[in-house]
Design a protein around this ligand. Structure first.
Ligand SMILES: [Zn+2]
Ligand SMILES: [Zn+2]
Length: 302
């Protein structure tokens, strides 16, 4: 893991990340997680991230309300967590087989035990804190250590921070889905960054330097002479540094032509233009030759 650049986000490495969260997942698509019957429901929250927070990683605290497993009874609903008997009807399994005779024969169905409601336990003395429910409605605060590279519709799952189970099972998960805000300079595709870079036409022709940004700073980039409009320059390793890898920075050049020229500027530009030869314009030369072959006329006045 090649460090976090400037480390301005205060993200303390990835060490503690994996044991709280499974991972950051790409593409939240509503695919329901597979849960056992008794597991509590997942809670889904949406979170907006600034472009920079998503690209560099950040810590975010979120508050939300959930059914939290009751600490006094450890989620059992029984006083001290012990005042219960194993359900006789289901033998503690919480599930029971129902058989039914129909005109097509005997069918067997498995469902929650009616005596214990699927818990497998019969509470003899209810927990006074939660009144036998096994959970309490509480405000929960969670700090998310969001690693660099979160993208729109990627999500994080925090185990056990969803709804408490109503049937004595484990709590569900908290699922936080990210929406990344756009940026005025950067665009991104996965871990690659893109910058649309306007260049004055004389810089494109003569070459020169221009300041360009990465995620931490601006640095000087040398534009070679004769750079054409639409050229893309790649700066390796200057993209997002994530666990999935490090992206590149792509500079997409747009050659800009000046407007509102003064009379004097026009005269000088005309003189400079007159000093150039047609063969120095590769594409224009080809076009003119093709037009000449087609209709016997040249494209540009000289
Ligand atoms: Zn039962
Ligand atoms: Zn309780």
């Amino acid at each position: 893991m090649g460090g976090m650049g400037g480390g301005a986000s205060g993200f303390g490495g990835f060490g503690g990340f994996g044991d709280i969260f499974d991972s950051i997942f790409q593409g939240f698509g509503g695919g329901a997680s597979v849960q056992r019957d008794t597991t509590g429901e997942d809670i889904q929250l949406n979170m907006r991230l600034s472009f920079m927070d998503a690209a560099k990683g950040c810590n975010k605290e979120i508050s939300y309300s959930r059914n939290e497993p009751c600490p006094a009874c450890h989620g059992t609903g029984a006083k001290n967590g012990t005042a219960f008997n194993t359900c006789k009807k289901c033998g503690g399994k919480g599930q029971i087989r129902f058989t039914q005779d129909t005109m097509f024969g005997r069918t067997v169905r498995v469902g929650a035990c009616p005596d214990c409601g699927g818990r497998g336990k019969i509470i003899t003395d209810k927990c006074p804190d939660c009144k036998g429910k096994g959970f309490l409605r509480r405000d929960t605060k969670v700090t998310l250590n969001i690693p660099a590279g979160a993208d729109t519709n990627s999500y994080m799952r925090k185990r056990g921070f969803g709804q408490a189970s109503a049937e004595g099972g484990e709590a569900g998960d908290l699922v936080v889905v990210f929406q990344v805000e756009p940026h005025k300079i950067f665009q991104r595709r996965n871990m690659d960054l893109y910058v649309d870079l306007p260049i004055p036409f004389q810089t494109a022709a003569l070459g020169g330097t221009v300041k360009v940004p990465d995620l931490d700073n601006a640095f000087e980039y040398t534009i070679p002479e004769g750079t054409q409009n639409g050229t893309t320059f790649m700066v390796r390793g200057k993209g997002i540094k994530s666990r999935q890898g490090t992206g590149n920075l792509y500079l997409r050049v747009f050659v800009e032509v000046p407007t509102k020229l003064s009379r004097d500027q026009k005269r000088k530009l005309q003189d400079a233009g007159d000093a150039l030869e047609m063969k120095q314009f590769d594409k224009a030369k080809k076009y003119s030759d093709n037009l000449s072959a087609l209709y016997g006329t040249e494209a540009y006045k000289k």
